[in-house]
Design a binder for this molecule. Structure first.
Ligand code: SF4
Length: 236
């Protein structure tokens, strides 16, 4: 199912969503996955109950702050579910701003089109789990693994800045899984391991799951460094 980009909010200034950059983060509603650990459950379904933020309001803010902002992070939900995402990104770039796309990697065709059109400066792709039957379990719905693999390949040869990133949820992912995932993206520029937060999740049962300790997260990062050039840990 495709839809039109529904901007449901933007964080005016973020130093966390694009490493080393001052960015505005734009949230689009709608996602094709149902990750039980999703920290933005309000953005998964298309719902008129969440008020739309008009493009004109975002545009006015961006225009007033182009001297201070480095770029815009377009995130979701899953932004590539919006058929007019290229148009939205073009409008942002026309303001002279760089664009980073956050994606779950399920739409390699759109990713390829955006890259070929030179519309992206950076991509962050979620690597949810080991690339086998476990992937759909972690995503809470059936996932086309071949599409995920294609997206990984497209990003790795894109020539732009990128990162793969994993939210390390103890219930779903073991240290051995993280090593297998790092090995799959062997040679990648950057892999970010993100600490799981149990304070707001799509599946409320995960509120009882304790995150891995700092030492365990650092240990997994150390192992991942055998395969990926730069590994960082976020949120510990
Ligand atoms: S965490 Fe999963 S369900 Fe939530 S927005 Fe991201 S891809 Fe969609």
């Amino acid at each position: 199912m495709t839809m039109l980009a529904r901007i449901v909010g933007f964080a005016k200034t973020s130093l966390l969503d694009w490493d080393g950059m001052v960015a505005t983060t734009v949230y689009l509603q709608g996602c094709n996955l149902r990750c039980p650990f999703c920290h933005n459950p309000d953005l998964i379904s298309i719902s008129a109950e969440v008020e739309e933020a008009p493009w004109e309001v975002l545009k006015e803010y961006l225009e007033d702050n182009t001297d201070f902002l480095d770029g815009v992070v377009v995130t979701g939900g899953e932004a590539t579910q919006s058929e007019n995402l290229p148009e939205l990104i073009r409008k942002i770039r026309d303001l002279g701003l760089k664009v980073k796309l956050d994606t779950n990697g399920t739409n390699p065709d759109m990713l390829q089109d955006l890259l070929q059109a030179g519309l992206l400066d950076c991509v962050a792709m979620d690597l949810k789990g080991p690339l086998d039957h476990q992937y759909s379990q972690v995503c809470g719905t059936d996932v086309d693994i071949e599409a995920i693999k294609r997206s990984i390949g497209i990003i790795m040869i894109s020539g732009i800045d990128y990162e793969f990133r994993t939210t390390v949820v103890p219930h779903y992912l073991s240290p051995g899984d993280i090593e297998r995932m790092a090995s799959f993206i062997g040679g990648a520029k950057k892999y970010a391991l993100q600490q799981f937060r149990n304070d707001k999740t799509l599946d409320k049962r995960l509120s009882k799951v304790e995150p891995y300790s700092e030492a365990q997260m650092l240990g997994m990062a150390e192992t991942a460094r055998k395969y990926v050039r730069k590994v960082i840990v976020r949120g510990i």
